[in-house]
Design a protein around this ligand. Structure first.
Ligand code: ZN
Ligand code: ZN
Length: 498
């Protein structure tokens, strides 16, 4: 949008971001240029390339996307309820054209160029893999579809499902081998989307390959979307153990850059949901995940799998307590494993050599579970959510009363933090992470340093600068209300209001 405005003002020649990248780089196909590491173009600036001088021009305006939280009241069961929703809104900003151009250039250099390069690179590599696929290799393109809300054909007025309305999780996989394409859809009543859930859903897919396509030895996973769950140490551990126990000899996992569009796995989920909806329209009740499975089974060629909560819990027990945290997890785009427990990882995917890991993009390697001997059976221990939370402040090397987040790693998921919103502090639990942002499920306040869980979950993404500190779990004051440790609260208050 900034680009559109700059084009309109005649400051840049094209609003296309790739075209702008061309002006900033010697070569948009070169990683060094697009990662802003190339010495010849690193300092290139848009202001040099714009033909007309813009200094002294009148103030202008442009649109910018912003995430906003809005409260509104809703009538439900005869009661008025406050509901908080987040919206991404287009906001009008004003400033000088110079300011707009500077802002735009900063964004291009800090993020956009790299992102454009990653999208293109990952896509090109994936095409190469498809074209050069060998007999013993299979590509598994996987993704979660949005949950499907279970439904009755005639929803009885008195029966209010509301939030308790059961949902079904759908995890899809499209598998490509040299001679066929197979589609799988795993249905589960469990709402979990964590690595144990992913692997409970993948195991039957791998089992199917073992039984029906025994020549497949090497697995190439491609995961869509920015989901952190695929890109963390728990998934790295499971991918470097489970397939090997099943007899596969190599695992390779590539992450597509966020926002590159819908993948093939997404199509599978959409078809399943459409089929289910049309059955409900014809009078079939589908109140549970199992009912959804039974309904779809005779109607589809997609291989349906039903995954119980128990199967997910069993996979959770495989995770050792100590796993190696990898710095910069969010910039990893490929993980390769040929020895159980040892992973190689790098910023971009490369498939030029599959016999040995190629030196392209300088791969690093690590023993993902140092306590467990590579190749051996694993210790079983199940870290509970409680334990995870209690480590909240001990592991992040914080000094003093506040413990700000300085590196976004998977370790943060499950921890308590305080975010600010409109200059007020709110405690909450971090549920997911992304580059520069955290998804936090926050409590609401009722007076100074008194908080409670709202009836409707208030979970949104916050940029990292909104996270003031990590905290230990709040203390109970009454049965429903909690407080942040008073010393910490005072420090938070001072920090926000300074
Ligand atoms: Zn360059
Ligand atoms: Zn290579």
């Amino acid at each position: 949008m900034k680009a559109d405005r700059l084009k309109h003002l005649g400051i840049i020649n094209s609003p296309s971001l790739s075209k702008v990248a061309e002006e900033l780089c010697c070569d948009t196909q070169a990683k060094a240029c697009m990662y802003r590491e190339c010495l010849s173009c690193k300092n290139k600036s848009l202001t040099q390339t714009t033909s007309t001088g813009i200094a002294g021009t009148e103030a202008t305006w442009w649109y910018q996307w912003l995430t906003k939280k809005e409260d509104y009241e809703k009538e439900k069961d005869g009661k008025r309820q406050k509901i908080t929703v987040t919206k991404t809104v287009k906001q009008r900003c004003e400033g000088s054209p110079e300011h707009l151009l500077e802002d735009f250039e900063r964004e291009m250099k800090a993020k956009v160029c790299k992102h454009l390069f990653n999208i293109h690179h990952q896509y090109t590599q994936l095409q190469f893999l498809h074209r050069s696929l060998k007999e013993e290799e299979a590509i598994l393109h996987i993704d979660y579809a949005e949950n499907w809300q279970c439904k009755y054909a005639k929803e009885v007025q008195q029966v209010h499902f509301g939030a308790s309305h059961r949902q079904t999780t759908l995890h899809n996989a499209v598998v490509y081998t040299t001679d066929c394409t197979l589609t799988f859809c795993a249905l589960s009543p469990s709402m979990k989307h964590d690595p144990p859930a992913i692997w409970a859903q993948l195991e039957p897919v791998l089992q199917f390959l073992k039984e029906n396509h025994p020549r497949i030895q090497k697995l190439f996973f491609i995961s869509d979307g920015p989901t952190m769950q695929y890109r963390g140490k728990k998934n790295f551990y499971l991918l470097s153990t489970i397939p090997f126990q099943m007899g596969f000899t190599a695992v390779n996992w590539s992450f597509l850059e966020a926002g590159h569009g819908k993948g093939p796995a997404d199509g599978v989920g959409a078809t399943m949901k459409r089929t289910a909806d049309s059955q409900v329209a014809r009078g079939t009740d589908i109140p549970t995940a199992k009912a959804l499975y039974d309904t779809l089974l005779p109607l589809t060629k997609v291989k349906l799998l039903y995954v119980e909560e128990d199967q997910i819990n069993r996979v959770s027990t495989l995770l050792p307590k100590e796993l190696t945290t990898i710095k910069g997890t969010l910039s990893i785009h490929q993980v390769v494993c040929t020895t159980p427990g040892i992973i190689h990882y790098r910023v971009l995917s490369c498939f030029c050599s599959r016999e040995v890991i190629c030196p392209c993009f300088l791969p690093s390697s690590t023993n993902i579970a140092p306590q467990v001997q590579p190749g051996r059976d694993v210790r079983t221990s199940e870290p509970t959510a409680q334990e995870d939370v209690s480590h909240a402040t001990s592991s992040s090397g914080c000094e003093g009363t506040l413990c700000p987040v300085d590196d976004i790693t998977e370790d943060l998921v499950g921890k308590w933090c305080v975010i600010t919103y409109d200059d007020d502090p709110y405690p909450g639990i971090i549920e997911d992470i992304e580059e520069g942002a955290l998804e936090v499920n926050v409590m609401h306040n009722i007076g100074r340093n008194r908080f409670y869980w709202p009836r409707l979950e208030d979970k949104i993404w916050y940029t990292v600068d909104k996270v003031v500190t990590l905290i230990p779990p709040p203390e109970d004051v009454t049965q429903r209300h909690v407080q942040i440790n008073p010393r910490v609260f005072t420090a938070v208050w001072e920090k926000i209001n300074l």
